[in-house]
Design a protein around this ligand. Structure first.
Ligand code: CDP
Ligand code: CDP
Length: 229
């Protein structure tokens, strides 16, 4: 049969998680869900609407007004995020969002809001989701779990190249400080911190190209599907 599985990809920032997840989804004809985009979207909404996120009541009211969805780009087919019917895929990649997102993502009701929707999306299987807590909290029963890592200097350089293409005023130092800050907050927060799940396969892609890592993981997918049938 054509049994579908869920694939959970976690790891530090700019490790190549979304690159891998997108390629896997295309190859396997699965749905790619960028869970980080959801936290970035909530952060965008909070910043735009001047929400005081230290106030539980304000957060609760704000979350009621947030409707997130993923829709395929009409040209590329890539999944893109919408906030109340506005395509925000591009604006949420800004460093302004990256500076605040880890603070927002550490808030319990924010996580509950996002995780509930993520679990709903995985119910029918055939989902590749990347993030920080997918293998530990969102899909603890995922048939394949990957934990990605890479040297910090390589990660900074990769992310710098992406951001610099959009904004030539950006500096390497800013990008490095942001990645280090997020990695620290994400792995030290109280609610579902970034952790490798016990049964996750670790991939260090410091010296791997995107196609090399894809080949490696596709092999693992085949085995995981076989095991699940
Ligand atoms: O920049 P990068 O692609 O590494 O990050 P992202 O996947 O867009 O996630 C942005 C931020 O959202 C992370 O730094 C975390 O603070 C938060 N996040 C989370 O808490 N849990 C997830 N499952 C995904 C992201
Ligand atoms: O999703 P995450 O933040 O973990 O990383 P990403 O956005 O997928 O990857 C960050 C950058 O690293 C992208 O520009 C990728 O093309 C690049 N990359 C790479 O050069 N080699 C890899 N093996 C994986 C990603």
């Amino acid at each position: 049969g054509t049994e579908k599985i869920n694939i959970a990809i976690d790891g530090f920032s700019s490790c190549g998680k979304s690159t891998l997840a997108k390629q896997l989804a295309k190859k396997l004809n699965y749905t790619y869900i960028d869970s980080g985009a959801m936290y970035r979207a909530i952060t965008l909404y909070f910043l735009r609407n001047h929400i005081d996120w230290t106030d539980e009541d304000e957060i609760g009211d704000a979350l009621k007004n947030i409707n997130l969805s993923f829709q395929p780009n009409s040209k590329t087919g890539d999944s893109e995020i919408y906030l109340n019917d506005e395509n925000i895929e591009y604006v949420i990649r800004d460093l302004v969002i990256a500076e605040k997102v880890s603070e927002v993502a550490a808030i319990r009701p924010v996580r509950e809001f996002a995780v509930k929707q993520q679990q709903e999306m995985g119910k029918l299987k055939g989902v590749v989701m990347d993030g920080r807590d997918i293998g530990t909290t969102v899909f603890p029963d995922a048939e394949l779990k990957i934990f990605m890592t890479a040297d910090i200097t390589v990660r900074v350089e990769r992310r710098f190249q992406e951001l610099y293409a959009k904004n030539p005023n950006i500096t390497i130092e800013e990008v490095k400080a942001n990645l280090e800050m997020r990695d620290y907050i994400d792995s030290h927060r109280e609610h579902s911190p970034l952790r490798k799940a016990a049964d996750a396969l670790v991939i260090d892609n410091t010296n791997l190209t995107p196609s090399e890592q894809l080949i490696k993981v596709l092999e693992e997918c085949k085995m995981a599907v076989k095991k699940s049938v």
